[in-house]
Design a protein around this ligand. Structure first.
Ligand code: GTP
Ligand code: MG
Length: 462
């Protein structure tokens, strides 16, 4: 049986993904590896066609970002085409004349791929491919491809494959046509209806299969999270490349992957940050956001971002040195909203201030203080001493959560006394006959352990 192998334009090979149970494999009913991510590097033409109300500086920033995404994916930019459209034409998105200009440009430049910054409908994509004779993608598909090559853990791979298949389903006919072309121009008619129907069914089965597997993974994660109950938790969120992993690395000394490219992190990682005086926070690094993050992808990453949902504090990292930081912050806000996370307590972490002049930093601080209701700190992951501002914010939040108690401990129970000093915050202690009464702030898990200790009495403070 043949499956449509969606030829991706430029991606490195993905390890074959065969996570079927032996039973499934024996039955051979549910196909795996429907998507072929292999292909040579491409020469690419980028198309930016903003609608009339988009500021031209912003439009250029978007195109620059698209260029970075393309390079991240391994493409070489041959040319860039711009057109302002009052409203997208249903046929080619851009106007008829511009579409033909694009065709000439494809021929002259020898490009093999055209990438639109704007979202194309399946019909626009198909019409453009028919006209241009080369593969056409939009930003969403490009992002999906990058995620596909970068996913490392089983969960991330399952999530990306699910998002890719969901994106593919309404575009199946076009993908088939593209395929027949690269197979040697069998014709542009594409598959028959029966073939399409079979493929739709197979993809549908695989989607159901992936959803089921992801549910299992989500259950395992929930168990893992429960074991962290009572701990103080924070999650780093923000635009891609803002420096989330760098901040966590600098806070913990952990060996995290940091790179000057988009989507360096795809899997969430949790590390312990020591806050001193026996306090600690579990801080989770998460996948970065970007404008026009494909909706399917956000949905797929929901379970990874569950960590953020249960966090006591969201550290919203912003690259203060990026001219587009305000738009980035709005994008992050929108994604958080889509994930129903805007109600969580937040701290804005303006990062990379080492790249600002002293005056720029002062202006930024003044502006933020004047208009921003959310508390903010200004740091540089490259200047570890500046991160004390994040530590202090974490400590303040954590303290607010601690229970202040008087714990009465037998004099000879040196171990419990030591634990109180190590893991709690001791505010004072008095001797009372054969016992010591300790005035202490304790985190939830320690309280649980104290309650189970023979001989230890807990007196709530008024
Ligand atoms: N100058 C400067 N560069 C920084 C700072 N923090 C991070 N960077 C650089 O910014 C780039 C991106 O950093 P990452 O920590 O990978 O960013 P991220 O937010 O985790 O990015 P994704 O995982 O892609 O979402 C790297 O080249 C870092 O070295 C900073 O405070 N100052
Ligand atoms: Mg990262």
């Amino acid at each position: 049986m043949q499956f449509p192998r969606v030829a991706k334009a430029y991606l490195a090979p993905l390890a074959p993904l065969d996570d079927r149970s032996p039973h499934d494999q024996e039955r051979g009913q549910i196909p795996t590896q429907l998507i072929d991510n292999r292909s040579p590097v491409d020469r690419v033409i980028l198309v930016g066609a903003p609608t009339g109300d988009v500021d031209s500086r912003v439009a250029e920033e978007h195109l620059e970002e698209l260029a970075r995404l393309t390079e991240t994916a391994g493409g070489i930019i041959a040319s860039v085409l711009r057109q302002r459209v009052s409203s997208p034409s249903p046929r080619f998105y851009v106007g008829e004349g511009k579409a033909h200009e694009l065709k000439d440009l494809v021929q002259v430049s020898g490009a093999e791929l055209v990438i639109f910054d704007e979202e194309l409908t399946p019909a626009q994509g198909k019409n453009l491919e028919d006209l241009l004779g080369v593969r056409v993608m939009d930003r969403a598909e490009l992002i999906l491809d990058i995620f596909a090559t970068r996913a490392r853990t089983r969960e991330a791979k399952l999530q990306v494959e699910l998002a890719q298949l969901e994106y593919l389903l309404p575009r199946l006919r076009r993908m088939w046509i593209h395929l027949s072309r690269i197979r040697g121009g069998i014709g542009l008619r594409g598959p028959g209806e029966t073939q399409l129907e079979t493929d739709r069914r197979l993809i549908g089965a695989r989607i159901a299969d992936l959803r089921e597997k992801l549910q299992e993974v989500a259950k395992a994660r929930a168990v893992q999270r429960r074991s962290r109950e009572g701990e103080f938790r924070a999650a780093l969120v923000g635009y891609t490349n803002a420096g989330k992993s760098s901040v966590l690395k600098a806070l913990t000394g952990a060996n995290l992957f940091v790179e000057n490219r988009l989507f360096a992190t795809l899997d969430s990682a949790t590390r312990v940050v020591d806050l001193g005086s026996g306090h600690r926070a579990l801080v989770t690094d998460t996948v970065g956001f970007i404008r026009k993050l494909p909706h399917h992808l956000i949905a797929s990453f929901r379970s990874t971002l569950e960590e953020a949902r249960e966090a006591d504090l969201l550290l919203n990292v912003i690259d203060a040195s990026d001219p587009g930081w305000e738009e980035h912050r709005d994008v992050v806000h929108d994604v958080l909203e889509e994930l129903d996370l805007t109600h969580r307590p937040q701290l804005l972490v303006f990062n990379k201030i080492d790249r600002l002049t002293h005056q720029e930093e002062l202006d930024l601080r003044r502006r933020i203080r004047a208009v921003e209701p959310i508390p903010a700190v200004f740091v540089s992951a490259h200047r570890p001493e500046s991160l004390v501002r994040i530590r202090d914010a974490l400590k303040a939040r954590l303290r607010a959560r601690l229970r202040r108690l008087t714990v009465s401990v037998p004099f000879e129970d040196g171990e419990t006394l030591a634990t109180l000093h190590r893991e709690g915050e001791v505010l004072g202690q008095t001797e009372n006959g054969s016992r010591v009464e300790v005035d202490v702030r304790v985190p939830g898990p320690l309280l649980g352990r104290l309650q189970r200790k023979p001989g230890v009495e807990i007196l709530e403070r008024a």
